[in-house]
Write a protein that binds this ligand. Structure first.
Ligand code: SF4
Length: 435
């Protein structure tokens, strides 16, 4: 979502004639868009500002603005501690970027704007052209969360659940496809809780799939509790919807799930998975896990290991629990750090084995790959298969924006190497809704 926000921040700044630069030393204005999910996010902000300070030591100071969830959670502290910061704008306030820049330019004012103006933000964004021209791109359809998992800052930093209107989303999707996008990933903290005046994620996917030239649709991140029957069904009927579902579960132990306030059991999770697999056997899953959550016993951990074996996730994001200030879990009794780290090591080794086993199974088979770009200074192209696996092939032909059948030759944990077999022209499986 931060990648989407960063692009929109740029769309806003363009209105007052700022352009992007990849060179730090050229910047007149430095916007650091932050994420609070990662550990040590705040220290990273001070570290990055340190780099800017060093670069501009003997030059005119650039405007420095901190946006994103760290700005939301720690705005006051940031402004007080680091005088080099001119403004902090929360994730629901970045529509005020231009007036903030103008105020700083004219009055050298320091600004802290962290109100939850989600409606106003999207009203502003709807008036701007989304200038992103990538083959695979993001589109935010929903923000915020009402679930309040005990470890998570999102309900505090992004606010309550909010769904954009179908019309606005469809306009933006059309614009992105007109700019060259061939794959759109619909984004939301609880993407499958999308509900605009009774229209749900399944309705939205159905409408978006009608856009000509859009080849692939994905959505993330889903909550197991919001996997309604209509959403499961759309995986049977919508051919543009990719068969990979990111479905975080966080733990394989029911007592930990309860303590996390996840509001579902392991059995309910597995039941949803079963329904999805039944309706579309091609579907595979990725997930997120927190290891060493307060109260996690050895038996809880073993339950988690059993779950990843059973699920055969093709990708897992896992972290040792780290308390986020202000969340209930931060005040719970913590698992010994060394024990938690050791469990994470065991967990990640198992996850890596499962992943490699899956990937080795792809060798010498065909995958459908949508190519996104040519790798700089080489004759290779980069793309992704239906399961988001990165694939690299050699080609003298321009593959960008097209789907090819690729024979996978070999690969490792991060990249698969393949060779082009044939171009997929009017593939029936990508030709809109099946029924
Ligand atoms: S559902 Fe996701 S975003 Fe919401 S509180 Fe839980 S972990 Fe955070």
């Amino acid at each position: 979502m931060n990648e989407y926000d960063s692009n929109r921040i740029y769309d806003i700044a363009k209105k007052i004639h700022y352009t992007k630069t990849q060179r730090l030393e050229e910047a007149d204005c430095y916007v650091l868009n932050t994420c609070h999910i990662r550990e040590k996010a705040t220290e990273k902000v001070y570290h990055d500002i340190g780099r800017v300070k060093k670069e501009f030591k003997n030059k005119k100071k650039p405007i420095v603005i901190i946006t994103g969830c760290v700005a939301q959670a720690e705005g006051e502290i940031l402004i007080d501690r680091e005088k080099y910061i001119d403004a902090v704008l929360g994730p629901q306030s970045y529509q005020h970027l231009n007036e903030t820049i103008r105020k700083i330019e004219k009055e050298s004012k320091r600004i802290n704007s962290t109100e939850f103006n989600t409606v106003e933000k999207f009203d502003t964004l709807n008036l701007l052209k989304n200038s992103n021209n990538e083959i695979s791109t993001f589109l935010t359809i929903q923000e915020g969360c009402d679930k309040f998992c005990k470890f998570c800052v999102v309900p505090y930093t992004r606010g309550a659940e909010f769904s954009r209107s179908m019309d606005e989303i469809l306009n933006e999707a059309n614009e992105l496809v007109a700019n060259g996008a061939r794959e759109i990933t619909l984004l939301g903290q609880n993407v499958n809780s999308y509900n605009f005046k009774g229209k749900k994620l399944s309705n939205l996917i159905h409408e978006i799939s009608k856009i000509e030239n859009l080849l692939r649709i994905r959505y993330t991140t889903s909550h197991p509790l919001d996997f309604s029957e209509d959403l499961i069904k759309i995986h049977e009927v919508c051919s543009k919807l990719m068969p990979l579902i990111h479905l975080p579960v966080q733990s394989g132990s029911n007592s930990i799930l309860k303590s996390m306030n996840r509001k579902h059991s392991k059995e309910e999770y597995l039941d949803t998975v079963k329904k999805l697999k039944k309706i579309n056997p091609k579907i595979k899953f990725s997930s997120d896990f927190i290891i060493g959550y307060p109260g996690e016993t050895e038996n809880d951990f073993i339950d988690t290991l059993k779950l990843i074996e059973k699920m055969e996730y093709i990708n897992i994001y896992s972290y040792v629990f780290s308390p986020r200030p202000g969340t209930p879990a931060a005040n719970m009794e913590q698992v010994n750090r060394e024990v938690a780290k050791q469990r994470l090591k065991v967990f990640q080794e198992k996850a890596a084995k499962i992943k490699m086993c899956y990937r080795e199974n792809l060798f010498n088979k065909q995958s459908l790959v949508l190519f996104e770009n040519k790798i700089e200074n080489s004759d290779k192209y980069f793309g992704r298969d239906e399961y988001l696996n990165s694939v690299v092939v050699k080609s003298n032909e321009d593959l960008k924006g097209k789907i090819f059948e690729v024979k996978i030759l070999n690969g490792n944990q991060s990249t698969l190497v393949g060779m082009i077999k044939k171009k997929i022209k009017e593939t029936p499986q990508y030709n809109n809704v099946r029924n």
